[in-house]
Design a protein around this ligand. Structure first.
Ligand code: AMP
Ligand code: MG
Length: 340
């Protein structure tokens, strides 16, 4: 097939039209890498049943090989091929939250090569809530393994432009669509053990999970089982802008004053200070406000990078709703955390 699609450093820039999706599908089927939009962040997809293709995801991202990928599906029927011994709880959560920002860790079946899960006996599965992602998976006829489509360690991409910034020339194609609506990654919940455990907070909140499961759910990362971390990704420093980030936590009024004081201090030393100033909240956790903060988080970090600031100062948010995911990412991005 000849194409009229633009290329950026050799990477095809596809739109979300049918011919463009058909092109993406043929790339996936022959073992290539396609970045695609989801409601959380852009994913870097390859056929989850092709170990070569999966290895190429790790190479393109510079991702440590012990950090497992999430397998994306378009229909609940695929779940029983990918996982074994699926507990009733998984179907309950899938029914309630899929398609959506919840990845469920289950016992891995043989059709998923060990490379996908970095050798773990488990596999994380998710059905994204995005038409283009679902069409791509359905038309490809295979589950798609996909981590976030950024260079390892960088803030996750919430726009196709971020994907190109990090991966143009390293992957076959990117599907261009609107910016991601949620803006942080999925919640990862482990149902492969005796009790459900949140391994990574994300787009589905702990409170939502607890109200469906009717029990308190522990948040644990990284959690070690059989001597290896059960969510290896959580041990790495992540989501980091180029400039060091200082996270100020503690009492709301004091952290505001302190953040201003350290900003002034750096400015007096002639340094360019970047402030993520959407982080001042007042009173009780305002869940909608936290959703907006989450949706802008990675974009703002990348903007500050482009402004070449020397230092980034961020005030903590509350940890209600998606605030738990925001705080998790800020802690991982931070070079320094100061409690006032
Ligand atoms: P990313 O797709 O880049 O957001 O990374 C996927 C996240 O899911 C990482 O934090 C992984 O450690 C976690 N993850 C993926 N598969 C598993 C699994 N089988 N067990 C535990 N955590 C997983
Ligand atoms: Mg990632």
């Amino acid at each position: 097939m000849t194409s009229t699609f633009k290329r950026v450093n050799g990477t095809l820039l596809l739109d979300n039209s049918y011919p463009a999706l058909a092109r993406a599908v043929s790339i996936i089927r022959r073992g290539g890498l396609v970045a695609f939009p989801t409601e959380t962040v852009y994913g870097l997809g390859a056929s989850a049943t092709d170990s070569n293709a999966v290895n190429n995801i790790f190479l393109a991202k510079g991702r440590p090989s012990d950090n497992p990928l999430i397998v994306h599906i378009s229909s609940i029927n695929q779940l029983t091929n990918i996982a074994r011994d699926i507990p009733e709880t998984a179907f309950l959560l899938a029914e309630k939250f899929w398609p959506g920002a919840l990845s469920i860790v289950l016992t891995r079946s043989e059709i998923i090569p060990p490379e996908v899960s970095a050798g773990l006996r488990t596999v994380a599965v998710r059905m994204p809530d995005h038409k283009v992602a679902l069409d791509l998976i359905r038309m490809s006829g295979v589950p798609i393994a996909a981590p976030s489509a950024n260079r390892s360690g960088r803030p996750s991409p919430t726009s196709y432009r971020h994907v190109l910034e990090d991966l143009a020339g390293r992957i076959d194609a990117v599907i261009k669509d609107d910016d991601c609506s949620i803006g942080v990654e999925s919640t990862v919940i482990d149902l492969s053990g005796p009790v459900p455990v949140i391994l990574r907070p994300g787009g589905v909140s702990r409170e939502e999970l607890e109200s469906v499961l009717k029990l308190n759910v522990k948040v644990s990362a990284p959690l070690f089982r059989e001597g290896i971390p059960s969510s290896p990704g959580m041990k790495y420093r992540h989501y980091s802008p180029k400039a060091p980030l200082i996270l100020v936590t503690g009492d709301e009024t004091r952290r505001m004053h302190f953040a201003e004081k350290i900003a002034d201090c750096y400015r007096r030393k002639g340094q360019r200070v970047g402030i993520l100033n959407t982080f001042c909240e007042s009173g009780r956790p305002d869940l909608n406000r936290l959703r907006i903060i989450a949706s802008r988080l990675y974009r703002e970090l990348r903007i500050l990078d482009q402004q070449n600031v020397d230092i980034i100062i961020v005030q903590a948010t509350s940890s209600g709703g998606i605030g738990l995911a925001v705080m998790n990412r800020l802690r991982k991005a931070a070079a320094r955390i100061i409690k006032v």
